[in-house]
Design a protein. Structure first.
Length: 358
């Protein structure tokens, strides 16, 4: 049996009391830190794009808040109702998408949105965006279960005020603060994936399309509804494509960028669609593998392979320019490289009840 003197008992009591005090302080520190994190997240989601662009906010203040959010929250807090655990501790993140919104529309999607369309555009492409809004991307053409947004990065500063005025009018612009360039197309597509699973996770499908495309949305929806797989990306697929080793080529790919002999199966980046579940899986994969500048190969090839997402070929997706006629697009899903005038002509013919096609 052990015996303690009064002085020993006093020291022991002080040690125990000290441990209890430290435990209480740690508990409250964690509690208040979590409250601060949740409050930051709440402030971001409740701040409307109009508030961020006007009033007491400016781009630099907004950037500071969103960077603070990304430092203090895991990816899972930004991914809506993603079915997989996407916390930073569960991922080997080598390619964090840590850019901030310059313009955002967090309420663009509704509970009725079945298909979200992200049109890849650039700041200066005002006419192309207007052509999409007035033709295949209009509510009358696409349907009220379809939401269309335009995805872009930071472009010429002298055009930013005009872009913000456009955003105030149409509320369909999503802009992040990466440099908008051809070499950054992969970043732009990752931005779309992240936005969809953060703000439009209740939708069933997503389409990514360039702003010079014409899309028959009704044909697209029919094709998507007919697909039995749940984790898929659909488009015009390529099998057996090899990296270009000619240094004079626009698509030259050095071995340090891609050291395999053949690219995985992928779809043309002009337009591809997927289940919203697949968009979540592809976004997760994009965080875990090195960024590759050829966007279609990166998203629908490398990320799809990593995520186990099926690449489905559909002949209705055309990466080349088809004849700009209504009869062609009553059967096709997409066609490429159309001017604003050609989009309007196709759209008028497609919807002309007097047009007879063979």
């Amino acid at each position: 049996m052990f015996c303690y003197s009064k002085s020993s008992f006093k020291v022991l009591s002080q040690v125990v009391l000290g441990i209890i005090v430290v435990g209480v302080l740690v508990h409250y520190a964690i509690y208040f830190n979590n409250r601060q994190i949740l409050q930051i997240h709440s402030d971001i989601l409740q701040t409307t794009p109009r508030q961020l662009r006007k009033g007491n906010w400016n781009i630099y203040q907004m950037s500071g808040i969103t960077q603070n959010l990304s430092r203090n929250t895991s990816d899972s807090m930004l991914l809506g109702n993603s079915s997989k655990n996407t916390s930073s501790s569960a991922l080997n993140i080598v390619n964090p998408h840590s850019f901030s919104y310059i313009i955002n529309e967090p309420t663009a999607c509704t509970a009725y949105t079945e298909l979200i369309i992200g049109v890849i555009t650039a700041v200066q492409n005002f006419d192309d965006r207007m052509a999409v809004r007035s033709t295949w991307g209009s509510k009358a053409a696409a349907g009220y279960n379809v939401t269309v947004v335009f995805i872009l990065g930071a472009g010429q500063p002298n055009l930013q005020a005009q872009l913000m005025a456009e955003s105030d009018k149409y509320h369909d612009i999503i802009q992040e603060d990466f440099v908008d360039s051809y070499r950054n197309l992969s970043i732009k597509s990752v931005a779309l994936l992240k936005w969809v699973i953060t703000y439009c996770n209740s939708s069933k499908y997503m389409l990514k399309a360039d702003d010079d495309m014409y899309v028959n949305v009704q044909n697209l929806v029919q094709a998507l509804r007919s697909e039995s797989r749940t984790d898929f990306v659909m488009g015009h697929s390529f099998i057996g494509a090899k990296p270009v080793q000619n240094k004079n080529s626009k698509w030259y790919t050095p071995l340090e960028d891609f050291n395999e002999k053949v690219y995985p199966k992928y779809t043309s980046g002009t337009a591809y669609a997927m289940s919203t579940k697949a968009s979540s899986l592809l976004y997760q994969a994009s965080l875990e593998i090195k960024l590759f500048w050829l966007e279609d190969i990166y998203i629908t090839g490398l990320c799809a392979r990593r995520a186990g997402v099926s690449v489905v070929h559909n002949g209705g997706f055309n990466y080349q320019k088809l004849n700009a006629s209504g009869c062609v697009f009553r059967k096709a899903i997409t066609g490429h490289q159309y001017s604003a005038e050609e989009k309007l002509s196709i759209h008028t013919q497609v919807n002309d009840p007097k047009l007879k096609c063979l």
